[in-house]
Design a protein around this ligand. Structure first.
Ligand code: FAD
Length: 310
């Protein structure tokens, strides 16, 4: 059995594994895709002390760093079920999709999240070539350009306000007949001169020239007319979905499906900790996920040294 079993190999899981292994305890990582969302990212310019890097490069560095320690890395393994320990000091079980079962004294859940996609032609083709999901990450890449934000909930309206300070003009497109963001955000949005809001708009296509985005089409849901907007960037803000479906009923989740953690990364189950985008910790970013992963590993170590000797 492991002392610490990390589920997920993104920035949070990698940090947790390194911090745990450095305590000299038996550490394992099971990940569906080592590297996580970082693999889908091109330019990273807010990884503090590294002014510019690229996702695949950072993902390789994460794996190399983990492998410098005695960590049992199980890549391409999806966890299916978590079974809490039967009693204090017992082993926690994690069942994998391949039928295997792993046991550990503590578990760190770091399965991350995925951005909900529009599912329209051009979106996949132009991802990272104008189609973006993270305004904190990619906003500055569109300085002085024209962008659209898809989604008029809190995250969409926050993104539009944020981007309006950087880009030339923002068009916010909401599917519903009205914005769903908090009134105070809507008021702020309406006060900005370079933001235009389109409601009852269904994005139907992302246009590009083969290498980058050049525009989008949307349908007015009241008239069924299709309109085209010329622009350079599209920020999709229709939801971040935590990869926690498999944990329902096992650990406490928020109404949005995020794993509820306290300030030490402890979940509702003794010995089970969580970190990164899968949790209730706000602001989903690489440096934050790494910090939280490190913290969860230290908390797991603290928990282990208090366990009754077997
Ligand atoms: P993730 O990176 O999502 O990793 C989750 C891990 O868990 C993966 O290994 C996954 O395969 C695994 N997993 C999921 N489910 C299971 C399961 N059931 N069993 C086993 N393993 C599982 N942040 C920045 O700070 N700067 C940026 O420039 C930036 N740009 C971004 C660009 C894009 C396109 C995207 C999508 C995100 C970007 N982010 C950026 C956000 C950043 O990538 C995330 O905040 C960060 O990766 C979260 O780390 P994490 O370890 O919590 O989760």
């Amino acid at each position: 059995a492991f002392d610490v079993l990390v589920i997920g190999g993104g920035p949070a899981g990698a940090a947790a594994a390194i911090y745990a292994a450095r305590k000299g305890i038996r550490t394992g990582v099971a990940a569906e895709r080592f590297g996580g969302q970082v693999l889908d990212t091109m330019a990273i310019e807010n990884f503090i002390s590294v002014s510019h890097t690229e996702g695949p490069k950072l993902a390789t560095a994460l794996e190399q760093h983990v492998k410098e320690y005695e960590v049992d890395v199980m890549n391409l393994q999806r966890a299916d079920k978590l079974i809490p320990a039967e009693g204090p000091g017992g082993l926690i079980e994690v069942q994998l999709a391949n039928g295997a079962s792993l046991k550990s004294k503590t578990v760190i859940l770091s399965t991350g999240a995925r951005w909900r996609q529009m599912g329209v032609p051009g979106e996949d083709e132009y991802r990272n070539k104008g189609v973006a999901y993270c305004p904190h990450c990619d906003g500055p890449l569109f300085k002085g350009k024209r962008v659209a934000v898809i989604g008029g909930g809190n995250s969409g309206v926050e993104a539009a306000i944020d981007l309006a300070g950087i880009v030339a003009e923002v068009t916010l497109i909401e599917f519903d007949s009205q914005l769903r963001a908090d009134e105070v955000l809507q008021r702020k949005l309406r006060s900005l001169p370079n933001v235009r809001v389109i409601t009852s708009g269904l994005t139907t296509e992302v246009h590009g020239d083969g290498t980058k985005v050049t525009g989008l089409s949307y349908k007015n849901r009241n008239t069924s007319e299709v309109h085209r907007i010329d622009l350079e960037g599209i920020f999709v803000q229709i939801g971040l979905v935590p990869n926690t479906e498999w944990l329902k009923g096992a650990v406490a989740l928020s109404p949005r499906g995020e794993i509820e953690v306290d300030a030490r990364g402890q979940t509702s189950v003794p010995g089970v900790f969580a970190a990164g985008d899968a949790t209730t910790v706000p602001y989903k970013q690489i440096v934050i996920a790494m910090g939280e992963g490190s913290k969860a590993a230290l908390s797991a170590f603290d928990y282990l040294i208090r366990m009754a000797p077997v």
